[in-house]
Design a protein around this ligand. Sequence first.
Ligand code: PAF
Length: 282
Amino acid sequence: MRVIPAVKEMQAEVLNQKAQGKSIGFVPTMGFLHEGHLSLIKKAREENDLVVLSIFVNPLQFGPNEDFATYPRDFERDRALAESEGVDFLFYPSVEEMYPNPSSVTLVVQKRTDVLCGKSRPGHFDGVATVLAKLFQIVQPTRAYFGKKDAQQVAVVEGLITDLNFPVELVPVDIVREADGLAKSSRNVNLLPEDRKQAVVLHKSLQQAKKVMDEGERNPSTLISLIKEMITSESSGRIDYIELLSYPQLLPIERLEGKFIIALAVHFTNVRLIDNFILEIN
Ligand code: PAF
């Protein structure tokens, strides 16, 4: 595995590989790799000749009061994990390398951002879209792999790839969970022990909502109330949102039908967690 810190070097390497007819699977991350990321790398490994992993904590997608400074980082551990998963190139640029000058062009995402995390994190998806547009130009992947835990991100990336005609295939990959159901996240390490115990209610409440839906409930508000009730009674978490929307359009629906997402975000003492189920009724 080669670690490449420079944009020009990364671009030259992929051009060289593509000239030899190699397909490139790309896994963009902000590091502090967990099993969720490893499942993306494994899938990329299966489906492509080469795998490029990027690790870059992108300042553009953090709001002024968010956790850019405390976002967990451990490059040596990440490097060892990437190597053992068979990554070929690890792109690891500095902030100065990615943004050498104040940007003269950034992207603004027009749709799918006024709900869910977009609502409570203004500008977040503009930052994600801008860095991904740059990363797609640098890595020129055949396929790009994203976890469904960030389901709104997957929907936004789908729009980015379609609207800006990136010749990249988007591959969404299922959520990986801890044994008790908590969705794996780099932020889980920052949970206080009591919050960690309570956080299991996120997945539990989604399961309960699915059960009620499987039994015939079709009213979105009933499922939302049920989830709210469970989270409030079984944890001290502060609910940011619980929403039920069509997927991937992310529009409100009156009745459960077609493909939709039930998504939630809950603040614990010093960590905000998200989780979701994407379901379909035909
Ligand atoms: O999901 C993430 O880790 C980030 O949003 C991404 C896609 C690497 C862009 O910075």
